[in-house]
Design a protein around this ligand. Structure first.
Ligand SMILES: [Zn+2]
Ligand SMILES: [Zn+2]
Length: 62
């Protein structure tokens, strides 16, 4: 998981609205508790153009 910031404005938000950045997968808000079954939403998020799951930070796009 990269720890360098991408250009997504979520990096500058406090608090950030997601646990992980949807563009680079970096942890942006460790305080957010996420569903352990977020994989159910991965297909939908991928279709929305998310590069990474904002809950678990896994890479969705190839
Ligand atoms: Zn990012
Ligand atoms: Zn996920």
């Amino acid at each position: 998981m990269p720890d360098t910031k991408c250009n997504n404005p979520y990096h500058g938000m406090k608090p950030a609205p997601f646990k992980h950045c949807p563009d680079c997968g970096a942890l942006i808000n460790p305080k957010i508790n996420v569903e352990s079954d977020c994989f159910k939403h991965h297909t939908l998020r991928k279709s929305k153009g998310y590069g990474f799951c904002p809950d678990c930070g896994i890479k969705l796009q190839k």
